[in-house]
Design a protein around this ligand. Sequence first.
Ligand SMILES: [Zn+2]
Length: 187
Amino acid sequence: MWKKTWNDPVGSKLISVGLGTIIAFLLAFIYSRYTNETFEVVFEKIVFYKLEIELYIAILIIFGFLIAQAIIRKIIRFFKNGSPEKIDPIQKSNQLKIDDFIKRNHIIRYSDGFTCRYITQKSKYDVLPFIHTLSFFCDLHDAPLKLFGDRCPDLSCENNKRTVNKYLAKNNIESSVLNDWYSIDFD
Ligand SMILES: [Zn+2]
């Protein structure tokens, strides 16, 4: 399309006039910034008095201007990417999955009337989630009674005669938490 327009006498004239105007405009803009002359005066000089400036110098100046602009843009982008407010969508989606996992209300009810409640946690610095708090309750009361040591504190309760191996339970729960964690489909 470009080649066709260029070969067409009217089209080529239009292009050269357009290019010339753009070059004159940019030159006037740059020149007026560094001299006492106003933009209009410089522009007029270039267009009407055909100020003797070689075309290649003009092109060089424009290229220099464009390169400087590109460099400035790159610098701005570098600092923007480095700033914490820019979150990439994959990271955000993974963060939502982690939040969902961490915020679950974990309750395990055992058949002999014990209940375990636990909270998982994950800090920025830990690779894997961990069990933040782990509490055992006896369910055979109006309000579940927190175990005292490894048994129900109510002497008349049948769970006072049974014990819970908290270390073994914790190990099993941790294993299950890690299994759930590894089954999350991260992007
Ligand atoms: Zn009890």
